[in-house]
Design a binder for this molecule. Sequence first.
Ligand code: PAF
Length: 280
Amino acid sequence: MKIYKTIADMRAASRTARYTGKRLGLVPTMGALHEGHLSLVRAARAKCDGVAVSIFVNPLQFGPSEDLAKYPRTFERDRELLEKEGVDILFAPTPEEMYPTGAVTYVTVEGLSEKLCGKSRPGHFRGVTTVVAKLFHIVEPDAAFFGQKDAAQATIIRRMVQDLNLPVEIAVCPIVREPDGLAMSSRNAYLSPQERKSALVLHRALTEVKNRFDQGERNAINLIAAGTQVLTQDPTVRLDYFEIVNPVTLDPVPELTSCALVAGAAFVGNTRLIDNILLP
Ligand code: PAF
């Protein structure tokens, strides 16, 4: 596995791969890799001739009171995991390389970026789309792989790619869960043993909504109330949002007559966790 830290080296390597007719897949990450990331790497490997993974804790997508400084950084372990998965290229730039002093250009997907997590994390999606657009220009992948866990992120990135005519195929891969149902996340590492138990309420709330849906309930207000009731049972959990939306527009739907995204976010202690399901 080749490791590149500069944009020039990364671009040269990707151009060489493309000149030889290879289809390159990119898995953008912020490191602290878990099975969810590795499932993206495997999907990229299945669809592409070469796989590049980026590790970059993107300061632009963290708010001033968020966890940028303490975000887990486990580069050596991540490198070993990626070597084992047979990844060809690891791109690990510094913040200075990605955002030299004076950079003032951003990519914003208007409207969508203020929905779901965008409501309580202003500027977050602008940071995501700016860095992903930069990564697409630097790595020039044929395809890029994202997780369904960040459902709104995936919708917004698809929209950006469509609106800016970026020549990248976007693949969104299923959520990978722990055996008890907790969605895998790098932020799970923050949870104390007690919080780890409480964190399961998000999955329980989504399961409750799915059960009610399977029993025939289609009214979004009733389904949200059922999910919210589960979420608010645990006093150590603070609900951020629990919504049922159209997966493309991210607008609330009144009735579940076609595919809908049920998405929630909650603080367990100081850790903000998200999860979702698609119905049906
Ligand atoms: O999903 C993530 O880990 C990040 O938002 C991403 C896409 C790597 C951009 O920093």
